[in-house]
Design a protein around this ligand. Structure first.
Ligand code: FMN
Length: 247
């Protein structure tokens, strides 16, 4: 079974109905978990107003404005996002990646071509991104086709970042099964040495992807649950159609 194949749900061993069920060791922690879960709050802060009537005609300037707002509001790691992809059979997956840029070409991120997400994107070049910035109760969703940037873009992307980023890219093998943590330590030590000696070392699997959106949605949370959802859909390239959605 490949690392990508979902494990079928296992059938729990059947217990004869005459036997009393064993005392549940998890009863206490579970109650504590539920108590903790229910004590959490959302939109428990001063939220900014968002008037969609004055939103720009295109999503990119609004994304930039909201990103700057998130940074100013002290949102931690606003440049991280969920990246959703699907495999050849349409089964979805999601993980966190860093945003490397957003411009007229699209939203840029980078990863290994041989990773699970890289294989997904090779067989189904379409993805969705999700940002959640709780400091301001804001969510942004971006979806569209994904293309691979030329290799020199991936090289420049790494050169502009840290030695650690290069070392990590040199280790490669992302999403393969790791036999032992020691194996990773050895590979990482070697990669750090090489990254320091050879800042231009080739990293063939490191790839910059560009998602060119055909839909971008801006969500502004509201304490009274009258959330504002403004969606931009591509009408006729490069024109966008703006619509509000029921929350
Ligand atoms: C905050 C954060 C940022 C991350 N940034 C990246 C990234 O930019 N590129 C990347 O390949 N993985 C990144 N990862 C790791 C991914 O979440 C994921 O574990 C890895 O890419 C393997 O995913 P895959 O098996 O679905 O391909 C990041 C993880 C976290 C928690």
């Amino acid at each position: 079974m490949s690392a990508d194949t979902p494990t079928p749900p296992s059938t729990p061993p059947s217990t004869p109905s005459s036997e009393p069920s064993p005392p549940s060791e998890s009863a206490e922690p579970r109650t504590e978990f539920v108590r903790l879960l229910r004590s959490q709050r959302v939109w428990d802060t001063e939220l900014p107003d968002f008037d969609p009537a004055v939103a720009p005609a295109e999503p990119l300037p609004l994304f930039e404005r909201w990103f700057a707002g998130a940074v100013a509001a002290g949102q931690t790691e606003p440049h991280t996002m969920s990246l959703a992809t699907a495999d050849a059979d349409g089964l979805p997956d999601v993980r966190t990646v860093m945003l490397h840029g957003a411009d007229e070409e699209g939203w840029h991120f980078a990863s290994h071509a041989g990773s699970r997400k890289g294989r997904h994107l090779a067989s189904r070049p379409y993805a969705a991104l999700g940002f959640y910035w709780p400091a301001q109760g804001r969510q942004i969703r971006v979806r569209g086709p994904v293309t691979v940037a030329p290799p020199e873009v991936a090289r420049a992307d790494l050169r502009a970042r840290s030695t650690g980023a290069l070392a990590s890219a040199l280790v490669g093998r992302q999403s393969e099964v790791l036999d032992s943590y020691e194996e990773l330590e050895r590979a990482s030590d070697a990669a750090w040495d090489r990254a320091r000696r050879e800042p231009d070392a080739p990293t063939p699997s490191w790839t910059v992807y560009v998602l060119d959106p055909d839909e971008v949605e801006f969500f502004q949370g509201d304490a009274r649950r009258r959330h504002v959802r403004l969606t931009y859909r591509r009408a006729n390239h490069p024109t966008w159609r703006r619509e509000l959605l029921w929350p």
